[in-house]
Design a protein around this ligand. Structure first.
Ligand SMILES: O=C1O[C@H](COP(=O)(O)O)[C@@H](O)[C@H](O)[C@H]1O
Length: 238
Protein backbone atom coordinates (compact mmCIF):
# COMPACT_ATOMS: atom_id res chain seq x y z
CA UNK A 1 0.00 0.00 0.00
CA UNK A 2 1.27 3.47 -0.86
CA UNK A 3 2.83 5.14 2.20
CA UNK A 4 1.75 8.58 1.09
CA UNK A 5 -0.46 9.92 -1.64
CA UNK A 6 -0.18 13.56 -2.74
CA UNK A 7 -2.01 15.09 -5.66
CA UNK A 8 -1.53 18.17 -7.80
CA UNK A 9 -3.11 18.92 -11.17
CA UNK A 10 -0.03 17.63 -13.00
CA UNK A 11 0.90 14.56 -10.97
CA UNK A 12 -0.12 12.08 -8.28
CA UNK A 13 2.58 11.10 -5.81
CA UNK A 14 2.67 7.44 -4.71
CA UNK A 15 5.29 7.06 -2.00
CA UNK A 16 6.44 3.66 -0.65
CA UNK A 17 8.58 2.66 2.31
CA UNK A 18 10.47 -0.01 0.34
CA UNK A 19 11.70 -0.27 -3.25
CA UNK A 20 10.46 -3.86 -3.53
CA UNK A 21 6.99 -2.76 -2.43
CA UNK A 22 7.05 -0.03 -5.08
CA UNK A 23 8.15 -2.53 -7.74
CA UNK A 24 5.24 -4.86 -6.95
CA UNK A 25 2.68 -2.04 -6.90
CA UNK A 26 3.89 -0.46 -10.15
CA UNK A 27 3.97 -3.88 -11.85
CA UNK A 28 0.37 -4.44 -10.73
CA UNK A 29 -0.77 -1.09 -12.19
CA UNK A 30 1.04 -1.69 -15.49
CA UNK A 31 -0.29 -5.25 -15.78
CA UNK A 32 -3.82 -4.00 -15.12
CA UNK A 33 -3.52 -1.34 -17.84
CA UNK A 34 -2.10 -3.82 -20.35
CA UNK A 35 -4.86 -6.34 -19.58
CA UNK A 36 -7.48 -3.65 -20.14
CA UNK A 37 -5.85 -2.60 -23.43
CA UNK A 38 -5.73 -6.21 -24.65
CA UNK A 39 -9.43 -6.65 -23.81
CA UNK A 40 -10.36 -3.42 -25.61
CA UNK A 41 -8.16 -3.50 -28.70
CA UNK A 42 -6.49 -6.91 -28.79
CA UNK A 43 -3.02 -5.62 -28.03
CA UNK A 44 -1.06 -3.74 -25.38
CA UNK A 45 1.71 -1.26 -26.22
CA UNK A 46 4.24 -0.57 -23.46
CA UNK A 47 7.31 1.70 -23.48
CA UNK A 48 9.83 1.32 -20.67
CA UNK A 49 12.91 3.24 -19.59
CA UNK A 50 16.41 2.00 -18.92
CA UNK A 51 19.17 3.11 -16.59
CA UNK A 52 19.67 1.62 -13.13
CA UNK A 53 16.26 2.00 -11.51
CA UNK A 54 13.85 -0.38 -13.30
CA UNK A 55 15.40 -3.85 -12.68
CA UNK A 56 13.21 -4.80 -9.67
CA UNK A 57 10.08 -3.46 -11.35
CA UNK A 58 10.95 -5.41 -14.52
CA UNK A 59 11.37 -8.63 -12.53
CA UNK A 60 7.98 -8.14 -10.84
CA UNK A 61 6.26 -7.27 -14.13
CA UNK A 62 7.81 -10.24 -15.97
CA UNK A 63 5.92 -12.65 -13.68
CA UNK A 64 2.51 -11.00 -14.05
CA UNK A 65 -0.03 -13.41 -15.55
CA UNK A 66 -1.17 -11.42 -18.57
CA UNK A 67 -1.49 -12.31 -22.27
CA UNK A 68 2.13 -11.40 -23.00
CA UNK A 69 1.89 -12.74 -26.55
CA UNK A 70 -0.38 -9.75 -27.24
CA UNK A 71 2.01 -7.21 -25.71
CA UNK A 72 4.53 -5.12 -27.63
CA UNK A 73 7.37 -3.65 -25.58
CA UNK A 74 9.56 -0.82 -26.79
CA UNK A 75 11.91 1.67 -25.18
CA UNK A 76 11.38 5.24 -24.06
CA UNK A 77 15.00 5.91 -25.00
CA UNK A 78 18.25 4.17 -25.89
CA UNK A 79 21.94 4.81 -25.77
CA UNK A 80 23.61 4.42 -29.16
CA UNK A 81 25.33 1.18 -28.17
CA UNK A 82 24.66 -2.45 -29.18
CA UNK A 83 22.55 -4.69 -26.93
CA UNK A 84 25.71 -6.46 -25.73
CA UNK A 85 26.93 -3.26 -24.03
CA UNK A 86 26.36 -2.91 -20.25
CA UNK A 87 25.07 0.61 -21.12
CA UNK A 88 22.31 -0.77 -23.39
CA UNK A 89 18.73 -0.20 -22.26
CA UNK A 90 17.66 -3.06 -24.58
CA UNK A 91 20.12 -5.33 -22.76
CA UNK A 92 18.57 -4.37 -19.42
CA UNK A 93 15.08 -5.14 -20.73
CA UNK A 94 16.20 -8.49 -22.19
CA UNK A 95 17.84 -9.57 -18.95
CA UNK A 96 15.13 -8.42 -16.54
CA UNK A 97 11.77 -7.96 -18.28
CA UNK A 98 11.67 -10.37 -21.23
CA UNK A 99 11.86 -13.33 -18.85
CA UNK A 100 9.31 -15.64 -17.21
CA UNK A 101 5.78 -15.08 -18.58
CA UNK A 102 6.92 -11.90 -20.37
CA UNK A 103 9.21 -13.95 -22.65
CA UNK A 104 6.23 -14.16 -25.01
CA UNK A 105 6.11 -10.39 -25.57
CA UNK A 106 7.37 -8.84 -28.80
CA UNK A 107 10.26 -6.43 -28.27
CA UNK A 108 10.89 -3.55 -30.67
CA UNK A 109 14.36 -2.05 -30.07
CA UNK A 110 15.50 1.45 -30.93
CA UNK A 111 19.17 0.63 -31.53
CA UNK A 112 20.20 -0.62 -34.98
CA UNK A 113 23.62 -0.49 -36.53
CA UNK A 114 23.68 2.72 -38.53
CA UNK A 115 26.14 5.35 -39.68
CA UNK A 116 24.91 7.66 -36.93
CA UNK A 117 21.93 8.42 -34.75
CA UNK A 118 20.27 10.64 -37.35
CA UNK A 119 20.05 7.61 -39.68
CA UNK A 120 19.07 5.30 -36.82
CA UNK A 121 16.31 7.69 -35.70
CA UNK A 122 14.98 7.97 -39.26
CA UNK A 123 14.81 4.20 -39.66
CA UNK A 124 13.23 3.78 -36.19
CA UNK A 125 10.72 6.42 -37.12
CA UNK A 126 9.71 4.40 -40.17
CA UNK A 127 9.75 1.03 -38.35
CA UNK A 128 7.74 2.25 -35.36
CA UNK A 129 5.00 3.77 -37.57
CA UNK A 130 3.40 0.34 -37.78
CA UNK A 131 2.97 -0.03 -34.00
CA UNK A 132 -0.56 0.35 -32.60
CA UNK A 133 -0.22 3.89 -31.21
CA UNK A 134 -0.96 5.45 -28.79
CA UNK A 135 1.05 3.80 -26.04
CA UNK A 136 -1.15 2.15 -23.43
CA UNK A 137 1.54 2.57 -20.80
CA UNK A 138 4.79 4.51 -20.59
CA UNK A 139 7.11 4.14 -17.60
CA UNK A 140 9.56 7.01 -17.37
CA UNK A 141 12.66 7.40 -15.24
CA UNK A 142 14.44 10.58 -14.25
CA UNK A 143 18.03 11.55 -13.56
CA UNK A 144 19.06 13.86 -10.69
CA UNK A 145 19.54 16.58 -13.36
CA UNK A 146 15.81 16.42 -14.17
CA UNK A 147 16.26 14.61 -17.50
CA UNK A 148 13.65 12.07 -18.48
CA UNK A 149 13.68 9.85 -21.57
CA UNK A 150 16.81 11.31 -23.28
CA UNK A 151 15.67 14.90 -22.86
CA UNK A 152 18.88 16.13 -21.24
CA UNK A 153 18.98 19.74 -20.02
CA UNK A 154 22.09 20.39 -22.16
CA UNK A 155 20.85 18.61 -25.31
CA UNK A 156 21.29 20.32 -28.67
CA UNK A 157 17.96 21.60 -29.92
CA UNK A 158 16.18 20.90 -26.59
CA UNK A 159 13.20 22.97 -27.71
CA UNK A 160 12.73 20.63 -30.69
CA UNK A 161 13.00 17.57 -28.44
CA UNK A 162 10.38 19.03 -26.10
CA UNK A 163 7.94 20.10 -28.80
CA UNK A 164 4.63 18.48 -27.75
CA UNK A 165 3.26 18.82 -31.29
CA UNK A 166 6.16 17.04 -33.06
CA UNK A 167 5.05 14.48 -35.64
CA UNK A 168 8.23 12.44 -35.07
CA UNK A 169 8.12 9.16 -33.16
CA UNK A 170 11.86 8.87 -32.50
CA UNK A 171 14.40 11.69 -32.33
CA UNK A 172 18.21 11.71 -32.20
CA UNK A 173 19.84 13.36 -29.17
CA UNK A 174 23.31 14.84 -28.75
CA UNK A 175 24.09 16.04 -25.21
CA UNK A 176 27.51 16.37 -23.59
CA UNK A 177 26.19 15.07 -20.25
CA UNK A 178 24.53 11.97 -21.78
CA UNK A 179 27.68 9.88 -22.20
CA UNK A 180 26.89 8.81 -25.75
CA UNK A 181 24.46 9.86 -28.48
CA UNK A 182 20.89 8.80 -27.80
CA UNK A 183 17.61 7.90 -29.42
CA UNK A 184 14.41 8.97 -27.71
CA UNK A 185 10.67 8.76 -28.17
CA UNK A 186 9.27 12.21 -28.82
CA UNK A 187 7.49 14.10 -26.07
CA UNK A 188 4.33 13.99 -28.20
CA UNK A 189 4.26 10.15 -28.18
CA UNK A 190 5.06 9.99 -24.46
CA UNK A 191 2.37 12.39 -23.28
CA UNK A 192 -0.24 10.71 -25.50
CA UNK A 193 0.04 7.45 -23.50
CA UNK A 194 -3.02 6.15 -21.66
CA UNK A 195 -1.04 5.76 -18.42
CA UNK A 196 2.13 7.72 -17.67
CA UNK A 197 4.20 6.57 -14.70
CA UNK A 198 7.40 8.16 -13.42
CA UNK A 199 9.51 5.70 -11.42
CA UNK A 200 12.12 7.34 -9.19
CA UNK A 201 14.03 6.17 -6.12
CA UNK A 202 16.24 7.84 -3.51
CA UNK A 203 16.25 11.16 -1.67
CA UNK A 204 18.29 12.83 -4.43
CA UNK A 205 15.58 12.10 -6.98
CA UNK A 206 12.83 13.27 -4.63
CA UNK A 207 14.73 16.53 -4.19
CA UNK A 208 15.25 16.80 -7.96
CA UNK A 209 11.54 16.20 -8.58
CA UNK A 210 10.51 18.75 -5.93
CA UNK A 211 12.79 21.35 -7.48
CA UNK A 212 11.52 20.55 -10.99
CA UNK A 213 7.92 21.24 -9.97
CA UNK A 214 8.80 24.40 -8.00
CA UNK A 215 8.89 27.77 -9.77
CA UNK A 216 12.24 28.31 -11.47
CA UNK A 217 14.15 27.06 -14.51
CA UNK A 218 12.11 24.48 -16.44
CA UNK A 219 13.73 21.03 -16.20
CA UNK A 220 12.88 18.47 -18.94
CA UNK A 221 10.66 16.39 -16.60
CA UNK A 222 8.53 19.49 -16.13
CA UNK A 223 7.81 19.54 -19.88
CA UNK A 224 6.20 16.09 -19.53
CA UNK A 225 4.11 17.19 -16.56
CA UNK A 226 3.03 20.34 -18.40
CA UNK A 227 2.13 18.58 -21.67
CA UNK A 228 0.43 15.45 -20.29
CA UNK A 229 -3.36 15.53 -20.57
CA UNK A 230 -3.75 13.56 -17.33
CA UNK A 231 -1.76 13.53 -14.11
CA UNK A 232 1.54 11.65 -14.24
CA UNK A 233 1.62 8.88 -11.60
CA UNK A 234 4.89 9.30 -9.69
CA UNK A 235 6.14 6.16 -7.90
CA UNK A 236 8.87 6.88 -5.35
CA UNK A 237 10.67 4.99 -2.58
CA UNK A 238 13.73 6.07 -0.56
O1 LIG B 1 20.12 7.54 -19.11
C1 LIG B 1 19.06 7.22 -18.66
O2 LIG B 1 18.71 7.70 -17.44
C2 LIG B 1 17.37 7.73 -16.97
C3 LIG B 1 17.47 7.62 -15.46
O3 LIG B 1 18.25 6.48 -15.17
P1 LIG B 1 18.64 6.00 -13.69
O4 LIG B 1 19.88 5.18 -13.87
O5 LIG B 1 18.88 7.23 -12.87
O6 LIG B 1 17.48 5.20 -13.21
C4 LIG B 1 16.52 6.64 -17.58
O7 LIG B 1 15.16 6.87 -17.28
C5 LIG B 1 16.74 6.58 -19.09
O8 LIG B 1 15.93 5.59 -19.68
C6 LIG B 1 18.18 6.25 -19.33
O9 LIG B 1 18.46 6.14 -20.73
Amino acid sequence: MAREQLNSAAYSWNGFAERQELAAALAGHVAGRLTKAIAERGTGLLAVSGGTTPAKFFAALSAMPIAWDKVIVTLVDERFVPASSPRSNAGLVAANLLQNAAKAARFVPLYHEAVGIEDAAASDNAALQSLPWPLDVVVLGMGPDGHTASFFPDADDLAKLLDPSSDRIVLPVHAASAGEPRLTLSLARIVDAGFIALHIEGEDKRTAFDSAVAPGPRKPIRAVLDAAAKPVEVFWAP
